[in-house]
Design a protein around this ligand. Structure first.
Ligand SMILES: C[S@@+](CC[C@H](N)C(=O)[O-])C[C@H]1O[C@@H](n2cnc3c(N)ncnc32)[C@H](O)[C@@H]1O
Length: 235
């Protein structure tokens, strides 16, 4: 289901219309900002998995800082585009469904424990698949890995509804995101432990943040998506 939805999205927007997704911004406005928070806790000796890497720009930035980076995504169309766009030793892209523990086991068997970078993925996982997602994260991190997340906050719908009269180009493209994909269901500071329960994880440095987009308000100001960011460690 995730695979079909997301492949349709990437096929329709990137391949057919030649249009970037709104979250597709240069790394300087995404992972490079996040790096302030994960640079210390990420053990540099471990590989980094960019979970839900999309077309792979953020993973390519990570490769400049870590020896082994693997971008994984459920959309094979995005994985193929990432491979076409970024070819470098120590950087790979592959298909992985973050709700499939068997796939996480297979990756872990090949690369060992890893750090996990995750930007804008968790809010798309359906509640009934959350336990499997948690299993995947535990498998990937093992005992030494750490996960950094920057995830859409639960207020996204209100934010877009309230700001709609200020949007320059949003309605059509935003509609596509809402319609083509599963509806976003975000995090809040108070609900982070629902996503990362204390039975398996310890969360630190959780705070409100933002996800930059490549859209602007009519005033020219960049539009951002309210987010919650933080670190997850094995319990
Ligand atoms: C909003 S995009 C963010 C892409 C990328 N992290 C970035 O910041 O540019 C969400 C990504 O998560 C991927 N995704 C959604 N569900 C997934 C799943 N179950 N397993 C792996 N990837 C998934 C989608 O295909 C999509 O590329």
């Amino acid at each position: 289901m995730y695979e079909d939805n997301w492949n349709a999205y990437y096929e329709g927007n990137y391949r057919k219309l030649g249009r970037k997704a709104l979250w597709d911004v240069e790394p300087e406005r995404a992972v490079a900002l996040d790096q302030r928070y994960f640079a210390d806790p990420f053990d540099p000796g471990l590989p980094v998995v960019d979970l839900g890497c999309g077309t792979g720009e953020q993973s390519a930035y990570l490769r400049a800082h870590y020896d082994h980076v693997i971008g994984v995504d459920v959309a094979t169309v995005a994985v193929e585009m990432a491979k076409e766009n970024h070819q470098q030793e120590g950087l790979g892209y592959e298909f992985l469904d973050a709700t499939r523990p068997d796939m996480a086991e297979a990756l872990r068997a090949r690369i060992g424990e890893s750090n996990v970078y995750m930007r804008g993925v968790l809010h798309q996982i359906l509640p009934e698949h959350l336990a499997r997602f948690q299993e995947v994260l535990s498998i990937l991190m093992g005992k030494r890995g750490c996960c950094y997340f920057n995830e859409v906050s639960a207020g996204i719908r209100e934010y877009f509804t309230e700001s709609s009269d200020r949007f320059a180009e949003l309605p059509k493209r935003m509609q596509q995101v809402f319609i083509s994909n599963l509806p976003p269901r975000g995090l809040e500071l108070e609900t982070v432990t629902n996503f990362f329960p204390s039975s398996g994880f310890k969360t630190t440095d959780v705070r409100k943040g933002k996800l930059e987009t490549n859209l602007n308000f009519l005033t020219g100001e960049p539009i951002f998506i309210p987010s919650v960011q933080g670190l997850v460690h094995p319990a």
